[in-house]
Design a protein around this ligand. Structure first.
Ligand code: SAM
Length: 289
């Protein structure tokens, strides 16, 4: 436990998929003026340097955001949603060259309106200190609560939010195999308390049994609660062995009706921009309850 540091993966293809979807979800929910509560159950450090530290060692951003930027520099067209995502990432950088990659807490903070609230959970003893320090620098810090607690057991206590408008991002490291089981319990409890909330669950596209079964487990829970869902997966590579992450997915419960069309535009471009071999492909499925 606690060997996972998200800085190793900052700006990877998996971050691109997750953050692109996250931005769409927030902005759809903000079309109504009512206050929105956003819970980020697995926050990480908030923002990462791509120039030094763990990200510079792993170089995962080179197969993700850096590769995407090169694709655009080569004159290839991109849909508005990818352009908008890149503008948000760039807005955290003072130089034109990308030196910092914002994680979900900074992306979410950037999108907050005065009436919105953000709740961040982080358990790692080092990450929580960095996260607190980073959040304290933000002008939106008064709208943000940071909890050094286990979000799987604490999530239900925050639901439903007072305004009954809420988005929950669940982005575990799955470092502990129990995370898969904890996720299911947390989702059951969350939907019992707040069935109309929007839930976005990230998972790694791995062949290990628990990861491969996750989308079907989530479908079962959504169906049991009579909820609509959308499932998407982005595979950039299909090489033997799983030394590096080649695919990742998002499972959305109560997705906005606009999300599928948005992803239908973005995913083929992400395959072109980030695909490493002919195994690059995407999955996009949904069900309306
Ligand atoms: N959501 C972040 C982003 O998109 O930038 C990345 C988060 S990273 C994948 C997962 C984080 O969850 C790690 O920093 C880890 O320390 C933290 N974590 C692991 N188990 C947790 C738990 N039960 N409750 C809260 N945080 C946890």
């Amino acid at each position: 436990m606690f060997s996972y540091r998200h800085a190793f993966h900052a700006g990877s293809h998996a971050d691109i998929l997750k953050h692109l979807i996250l931005i769409h979800l927030v902005e759809y929910l903000q079309e109504k003026p009512g206050a929105l509560t956003i819970v980020d159950t697995h926050a990480g450090a908030g923002i990462y340097s791509l120039k030094d530290g763990f990200a510079a060692i792993s170089k995962e951003a080179e197969g993700g955001i850096v590769r995407l930027l090169k694709y655009i520099e080569a004159g290839n067209p991109i849909p508005e949603s990818i352009q908008h995502y890149l503008e948000i990432i760039q807005s955290e950088n003072t130089q034109e060259e990308l030196a910092l990659y914002p994680g979900s807490p900074f992306i979410l903070a950037n999108l907050l309106r005065p009436q919105d609230r953000l709740k961040l959970f982080e358990l790692h003893p080092k990450e929580i200190d960095i996260l607190r320090h980073n959040i304290n620098q933000l002008k939106q810090s008064k709208q943000i609560d940071v909890y050094a607690e286990d979000s799987f057991s604490r999530l239900k206590g925050l639901l439903p939010p007072p305004s009954r408008r809420g988005l929950v991002l669940i982005d575990p490291s799955y470092e502990d195999k129990q995370d898969y089981r904890h996720l299911e319990t947390a989702m059951e409890e969350a939907l019992q308390r707040f069935a109309t909330g929007c839930y976005a669950i990230w998972y790694p596209g791995l062949s290990r049994r628990e990861a491969a079964a996750l989308p079907d487990r989530m479908k079962k829970i959504a169906t049991h609660h009579k909820r609509s869902w959308l499932h998407t997966e982005l595979r950039v590579e299909n090489a033997p062995g799983e030394r590096r992450l080649q695919a990742s997915g998002m499972f959305i419960i109560n997705p906005p009706w606009t999300l599928e069309a948005n992803l239908l535009q973005a995913l083929p471009i992400l395959i072109k921009a980030l695909g490493v071999d002919s195994g690059a492909k995407f999955v996009l499925k949904s069900f309306e309850a």
